[in-house]
Ligand binder design. Structure first.
Ligand code: FEO
Ligand code: CA
Ligand code: CA
Length: 627
């Protein structure tokens, strides 16, 4: 087993395998009834794809070209490919200084812990632009670090010193920096008093139902209200009151025990915490990552962290009311009744889709402090008749206290019979219509084995394909156009697939064709024009089931007509993740994460240079608005 070659999920599964499914007959039965169900809704391959049947229907004639670009072809080049008339430039790359006294990134040493702590982190993911008093700030998650590259100057790419391990730790967290246009190009403003690095050592407040609970107390924090740091921040969110939400995803892979035979609790196992980390070695430099010594420390990670970007000395807040799981992003919507709704996916095979609804009402002039601490967390159940319901997680429905629900959220969700999903990644709410979309990236275990909690993962309406290696995008419309309603109706906006290789459901829905096919939708975001941007994080072999798909990419979907066009192709071995726009909407910032994760890229500088993750600015050559 080579830890470097395994994905987060695969490594977790190797350590803590789920039981094999014993109900094969049930799987077949469900698959057969699924065919009947889908027959009335959509057909595959050469058939027609009907987007829904009721409120989701496509109006006739709504087919004007809203894209404003010609689709780019799939490719396997080691560069960014954008449509004719567009161009791209790097804004900041892993290791680029945020202050002028920090040495420039050094390919030979890859820097030190001290330089990395004051430079842009690695493997950026979700990001936002904020504007206040004429200042433009970018806030960017740095999800994880590619250890092969970070320690590639050492024998066998293993850390030699504590500083090597610390450097890896400092490559994680959040980077905050001011940007400004210089000669038409956006640049990072070194030394801005707003620049900030948030790392796994930054002090944070724990707020909401779990704050102060016994499960949150550690030797270093007997109050259970102060945590240190954030890491593995994946997708993001923004609140209408100008704060940034960093979502902690695969937080588990950083914990270990000196004694690898140490057995963790069932609750920690459900989250993939074990005595073996993924190779980061943080417990060697900081005992709080040793679960045998600090078994409650993992309970203090896996949250949504709220950051006030324009106050560089503010203390970030871990909002436990939003639940603890492998958070993807946090899509915030203000419902018609003024309540704050946050949609959130738990990105693991067979885990769930969540919704938080605040008890309080948001008003632009009122206090927002408690809004994300006090509310009701629910989990989605998708019925095969294309209706759905949000199941509340309360002491009454789960038999758990409010604090326990906030800490052991996955167990709470398993108790109420929520629908196990094909790895919920980003959720995006349509600004032009009361509806939302979720990327269900893929799930090779669908119909094969239960989730880590033992919940059934037979194929179902919204996750209709067994061993689903392509993924799908589902959408739902809340009842009565109310994001706080209990019920909704749903359909599938797109089933990714390969119509060149398959002629059944694995060919994809009818809006997928040889020209735009992709796999593993992940990042989702609406632009101001109501177009849905889709980023992928999937197989890039360009062979077999994935032949013709090329590298990971970014596409744009018209949610009215269903049409999807490829806008961009990323470099080799990357995923495309994270996006935001300049205030004038003339520049789109896009994240390129882990180019060359298998050593096959030199992006962006070419030659023999190290591949580096980064933020890239895409604009039209004619300077027009893009999105
Ligand atoms: Fe960090 Fe689920 O992607
Ligand atoms: Ca993702
Ligand atoms: Ca992904």
């Amino acid at each position: 087993m080579n830890r470097e070659e395994l994905s987060f999920d695969d490594y977790d599964e190797t350590i803590n395998p789920a039981p094999e499914n014993t109900g094969f007959d049930t799987v077949v039965e469900t698959a057969l009834s699924r065919r009947g169900f889908l027959g009335g809704v959509m057909s595959f391959g050469v058939g027609t794809f009907v987007l829904g049947t009721t409120a989701l229907s496509t109006p006739a004639g709504a087919s004007a070209d809203r894209f404003g670009f010609e689709q780019v072809a799939a490719n396997t080049l080691d560069t960014i490919t954008v449509p004719e008339g567009f161009e791209w430039k790097p804004l900041t790359l892993w290791g680029d200084p945020l202050w002028s006294d920090v040495p420039a990134f050094d390919e030979a040493t890859r820097g030190t812990a001290a330089s990395q702590a004051r430079a842009f982190g690695d493997n950026n993911d979700g990001m936002s632009v904020f504007n206040l008093h004429g200042k433009t700030l970018m806030v960017v998650n740095n999800e994880y670090t590619n250890r092969k590259l970070l320690w590639g100057n050492r024998p066998d790419a293993q850390p030699e010193t504590d500083d090597d391990i610390e450097k890896g730790m400092m490559a994680h967290g959040v980077s905050v920096f001011q940007v400004t246009p210089v000669d038409g190009d956006w640049q990072v403003m070194l030394d801005s008093d707003l620049n900030r690095r948030i790392t796994p050592r930054t002090e944070m407040d724990l707020t909401g139902p779990a704050a102060g609970h016994d499960l949150m107390k550690t030797a270093a924090d007997p109050t259970g209200t102060k945590a240190l740091g954030t890491w593995n921040n994946c997708g993001n969110g923004e609140t209408p009151w100008g704060t940034y939400l960093a979502c902690e995803e695969n937080f588990n892979g950083y914990f270990s025990a000196e004694d690898e035979a140490h057995e963790v609790s069932a609750e920690l196992k459900r989250y993939g915490v074990s005595s073996k980390d993924w190779g980061y070695g943080w417990a060697k430099v900081d005992e709080r990552f040793d679960v045998s010594k600090n078994p409650n420390e993992p309970n203090r990670a896996g949250y949504v962290v709220e950051i006030d970007p324009f106050n560089p000395t503010s203390t970030p807040k871990k909002r436990t009311a939003l639940g603890r799981f492998k958070h993807e992003n946090a899509e915030v919507v203000i419902a018609a009744n003024g309540k704050v709704v946050v949609y959130m996916g738990d990105d693991e095979r067979g885990e769930f889709l969540y919704r938080f609804v605040s008890n309080g009402i948001y008003t632009p002039t009122g206090s927002t402090e408690g809004l994300l601490d006090d509310g009701v967390l629910s989990v989605a159940k998708f019925n095969d008749d294309m209706t759905g319901v949000w199941l509340e997680l309360t002491p009454e429905t789960t038999g758990m206290s409010a604090a326990e629900i906030s800490i052991h959220t996955r167990m709470a969700a398993s108790k109420v019979g929520a629908t196990t999903m094909d790895r919920p990644e980003w959720v995006a709410a349509n600004p032009a219509k009361v509806e939302a979309y979720v990327a269900l990236t893929n799930n090779k275990n669908r119909g094969v084995k239960p989730n880590a909690g033992g919940d059934d993962t037979s194929a179902n309406g919204v996750n209709p394909r067994e061993a689903n290696n392509y993924g799908q995008i589902a959408r739902w419309v809340p009842d009565a156009a109310d994001h706080t309603a209990k019920g909704f109706i749903w359909d599938l906006y797109a089933l990714a697939g390969n119509p060149d290789v398959h002629s059944d459901a694995y060919a994809g829905s009818d809006n997928i064709n040889a020209g735009n096919m992709f796999n593993s939708p992940d990042g989702l975001l609406f632009d101001d024009n109501g177009l849905l941007w889709i980023q992928t994080d999937g197989a890039y072999s360009n062979e077999g089931d994935f032949a013709g798909m090329g590298n990971n990419q970014m596409l744009v979907g018209d949610t009215v007509t269903g049409e999807i066009r490829r806008f961009m192709v990323g470099p080799k071995e990357c995923e495309v993740t994270g996006m935001c726009w300049s205030p004038d909407r003339r520049t789109m910032f896009v994240g390129i994460q882990h180019p060359g994760e298998k050593s096959g890229s030199h992006f962006p500088h070419g030659g023999d240079t190290l591949p580096r993750s980064g933020v890239f600015a895409i604009s039209r050559k004619d300077g027009a608005v893009i999105g």
